[in-house]
Ligand binder design. Structure first.
Ligand SMILES: C[S@@+](CC[C@H](N)C(=O)[O-])C[C@H]1O[C@@H](n2cnc3c(N)ncnc32)[C@H](O)[C@@H]1O
Length: 268
C-alpha cells in the first residue's frame, strides 16, 4: 500500500483557492493543539462524536456495518475517525489540506500499527476516481473548512450510487451566536444573519470557515443528487465536560444544538 509522503507532493500552494491557502497556513499552525486529543481518540476503539464525546451507540451517525467498504475521510486531520473505521473492517483513505496534520496522522499510524493511504490535497478537488467509494465522511474537516458548493459535488462524484455521506460540523444556530473574536464561547444573542450564511472569518486568525442555513444544506444536497436521511442535532448531556469550552458551555449546548450531523445517500 502506498502512503503518500509530503515529498511526493508537488508544491501547488500558489494554485490553491485563497481560502484553501489560508486554511493550510492556519491548520499547519493549529495542528499542535490537536495532537493530544487526536492521540486520545486513536487510543480508543469506542467511537464518540464532537466536542461532547457523545457515543456513536447513541447517535448512530455511521452505517452499522462498514466492513469491506472503501471510505474517504474528507479533511482527515489526525485520522482517528478513519482509524475507528479501519478497525471495523473498512478501507479508509484520508485527504487533508495540512501537511502538519498529515505528519501527525502518519506518526499515529506508525505508533498504532494501522496504515491507510493519506493524501495532501483539497477536498473540493480530489485526485480520486468517479464512484470510487462506498462512503464519505467529514468530522469537522471539509464540512467546516471547505466550500460546500465545491466539496459536496466532489463527494457526490467520488461516491458510488447509493454511497453514504456523513458530515459533522458546528450547528447553524451556534454559528450565529459566536462573538466576533475567535476563542470566545457562544452567547445567547444572534450576532449575524442566518440568511446568506456561507463564508465566515473571525477576528484573531486568518482561517476561513463555511456554514450554511438548513434550508440551503437541504437544497444543495438534493440538487447535487443526494437523498437526505437524517439531520442529527447534538445535545450536550447533562453534566458534560469539554476541552473545547471556548465553543460553548455545557448549559448552552444542553439547551440548544451546538453541533449538527447530516446523513445523506447518493441517488442511484
Ligand atoms: C478539526 S480537523 C479534522 C479532525 C479529524 N476528524 C481528525 O480525525 O483529526 C480539520 C481538518 O480539516 C482540514 N482541512 C481544512 N480545509 C480543507 C480542505 N479544503 N481540504 C481538505 N482538508 C481540509 C484541516 O487541515 C484539518 O486537518
Amino acid at each position: 500500500m502506498h502512503v503518500a509522503t509530503i515529498a511526493d507532493m508537488p508544491d501547488l500552494d500558489e494554485a490553491l483557492p485563497e481560502h484553501v491557502r489560508a486554511n493550510r497556513a492556519a491548520w499547519d499552525g493549529f495542528a499542535h493543539e490537536f495532537t493530544e486529543p487526536g492521540h486520545q481518540n486513536w487510543s480508543t476503539n469506542e467511537i464518540s462524536w464532537g466536542i461532547w464525546d457523545v457515543p456513536e451507540t447513541q447517535l448512530r451517525l455511521l452505517p452499522e456495518d462498514v466492513s469491506g467498504q472503501d471510505v474517504v475521510d474528507l479533511g482527515c486531520g489526525t485520522g482517528y475517525v478513519s482509524a475507528w473505521l479501519a478497525r471495523r473492517g473498512a478501507r479508509p483513505v484520508g485527504i487533508d489540506n495540512s501537511p502538519v496534520q498529515l505528519a501527525t496522522a502518519r506518526r499515529f499510524q506508525a505508533e498504532f500499527g494501522l496504515e491507510f493511504p493519506l493524501h495532501l490535497g483539497n477536498a473540493e478537488t480530489t485526485p480520486f476516481d468517479d464512484a470510487q467509494f462506498d462512503g464519505a465522511f467529514s468530522e469537522y474537516g471539509a464540512a467546516l473548512w471547505a466550500d460546500p458548493y465545491a466539496w459536496v459535488p466532489e463527494a457526490h462524484r467520488i461516491l458510488k450510487p447509493r454511497g453514504w455521506l456523513m458530515f459533522l460540523t458546528n450547528s447553524a444556530l451556534i454559528t450565529m451566536c459566536f462573538p466576533e473574536q475567535d476563542e470566545a464561547p457562544a452567547g445567547t444573542t444572534l450576532l449575524r444573519p442566518y440568511f446568506g450564511m456561507h463564508r465566515i472569518t473571525w477576528e484573531g486568525d486568518d482561517s476561513v470557515e463555511f456554514h450554511l442555513p438548513h434550508g440551503e444544506w437541504i437544497r444543495l444536497l438534493r440538487d447535487t443528487g443526494f437523498e437526505i436521511e437524517r439531520l442529527v442535532e447534538i445535545q450536550a448531556p447533562v453534566g458534560a465536560t469539554t476541552r473545547y469550552s471556548h465553543i460553548a458551555s455545557p448549559e448552552w449546548a444542553n439547551k440548544w444544538p451546538s453541533e449538527e450531523a447530516w446523513i445523506a445517500r447518493k441517488r442511484a
